[in-house]
Design a protein around this ligand. Structure first.
Ligand SMILES: Cc1cc2nc3c(=O)[nH]c(=O)nc-3n(C[C@H](O)[C@H](O)[C@H](O)COP(=O)(O)OP(=O)(O)OC[C@H]3O[C@@H](n4cnc5c(N)ncnc54)[C@H](O)[C@@H]3O)c2cc1C
Length: 405
């Protein structure tokens, strides 16, 4: 169902506009329930609260829990999105919001390290697209030949690479920690957070009248479901053919002590070679050298998936490590985190109204790149509920995908 692994790095702008839809705007003070305290739901709850709504946020397992997609230690924040200017501009807006969140919470959440992009000759097209967009926007970058990069980053074997770019205004976010910081700020500013599993309730006269929280009935004026990979299970009639939830592995390798300083100083990197992506975040809280092979794994159930590492995936990553970072050949695997992407077919997010319930907004489809955009998704969601922004067809559930059960 996922057309290309490029959907994480350069989602397609959808062709024609879909059928325009409207959300029944709600007056300030209305009671809103937000379900899901990940990057999308947490930010949405906070921004709805700041827009004068009475907000209760629910999560089954807690913000940034280990089953959720936002539950990793770190997530990249980069604006380079091929020729997709929409996500480029969204990242710049998100960047400012993350910085403000750091100030508001007094917590270090964003590491401004830059990101090193590494491409072979086949990556020229996507790299050229990125350079064009960065030049248009005065987004600072540095181009390196493989020879120059070798001098700057002696720990990396540049063999087979032709084009390297440092995206300077980029880095990584502390994901789990950020989800908790958002929840804490939300409560401090007057929001209500509750642990609980939510089930959608009755649909009547074009609205949802209630929900069930741990089987207890509760009603509100509006509902936002930001349930990441669980959206598909909560609304199978809409998403069973539109969202695919795939297993994704991230591994941490022990760095030999004499190389720790050298590796911890490397910026996060993204390597595209022979059409495949690997990426890593070398220095994060001494957990080891983080690396992932960004290929969609098999479809899974996020509640019951066995989260032990797959030895084939580990071997693939080890082969890549030995080639690209030779000093880490044979390095021990110290930890693995098994997570999941909630993919839409083209990598665009979902920000759409439920077709049979005008007071239900659905947020999701992070497709492996959603974390950084949490603040912007939240801002758009809050505007939609206030009635100050129409729903954007790019984030719509196309009608030919819904009701496909
Ligand atoms: C390995 C990996 C690497 C990634 N790398 C990056 C990256 O570098 N940069 C980036 O920007 N993005 C990245 N992403 C994608 C990003 O993490 C996700 O797009 C984002 O976290 C999705 O957030 P979400 O809020 O939609 O979903 P989630 O974080 O999954 O949140 C959904 C929440 O809903 C709760 N929930 C579900 N059902 C219910 C229910 N019935 N009742 C109550 N609560 C419920 C869950 O407990 C969960 O907390 C990566 C993802 C993975 C897996």
């Amino acid at each position: 169902m996922v057309k290309s692994d490029l959907s994480t790095f350069s989602p397609l702008e959808r062709a024609g506009p879909g059928k325009p839809k409207t959300f029944e705007s709600l007056p300030s003070g209305s009671k809103i329930v937000v379900v899901g305290a990940g990057a999308f739901g947490g930010w949405t709850a906070l921004l709805l609260l700041r827009n004068g709504f009475n907000v209760t946020l629910f999560d089954s397992w807690g913000p940034g829990n280990s089953l959720s997609s936002s539950g990793g230690e770190t997530r990249l924040i980069r604006a380079m999105y091929g020729d997709n200017r929409r996500y480029f501009e969204m990242t710049l807006r998100a960047w400012d919001s993350w910085k403000k969140l750091e100030k508001d919470t007094g917590t270090l959440l964003m590491h401004h390290t830059g990101i090193l992009w590494m491409f072979d000759t086949k990556g020229v097209e996507i790299m050229d697209q990125m350079l064009t967009v960065m030049e248009e926007h005065n987004h600072s970058f540095e181009l390196l030949t493989a020879g120059q990069a070798k001098l700057q980053y002696p720990a990396i074997n540049m063999e087979g690479l032709d084009n390297l770019v440092i995206e300077k205004q980029a880095g990584y976010l502390e994901a789990r920690k950020a989800c908790d910081a958002i929840r804490t700020l939300f409560i401090k500013e007057g929001g209500t957070y509750r642990q609980g599993q939510v089930k959608p309730g009755t649909l009547r006269n074009g609205n949802m009248t209630d929900i069930y929280v741990n089987d207890r009935r509760l009603s509100a004026d509006g509902y936002v479901f930001a349930c990441g990979p669980w959206l598909k299970q909560l609304f199978p009639e809409l998403f069973s053919h539109f969202i695919s939830v795939t297993r994704q592995e991230v591994h941490y390798f022990g760095i030999p002590p004499r190389y720790v300083a050298q590796f911890e100083q490397l910026p996060p990197w993204i390597n595209r070679e022979s059409g495949e992506f690997f990426y890593g975040i070398p220095g994060n809280d001494y957990r080891g050298f983080k690396i992932a092979y960004d290929k969609r794994g098999k479809e899974i159930d996020p509640t019951t998936m066995d989260r032990r590492a797959d030895h084939k995936n580990v071997e693939t990553v080890q082969r890549f490590l030995a080639k690209r970072f030779p000093k880490l050949a044979g390095a021990p695997l110290v930890e693995s985190r098994i997570c999941q992407y909630a993919n839409t077919p083209d990598g665009n997010f979902i920000i759409d109204v439920h077709p049979d319930a005008g007071n239900v907004l659905l947020l999701g489809g992070g497709s492996g790149h959603g974390f950084k955009h949490g603040p912007v998704v939240g801002e758009m969601a809050a505007d939609v509920l206030r009635g100050s922004r129409p729903l954007d067809p790019v984030f719509a559930i196309p009608s030919d995908f819904s009701r496909g059960v």
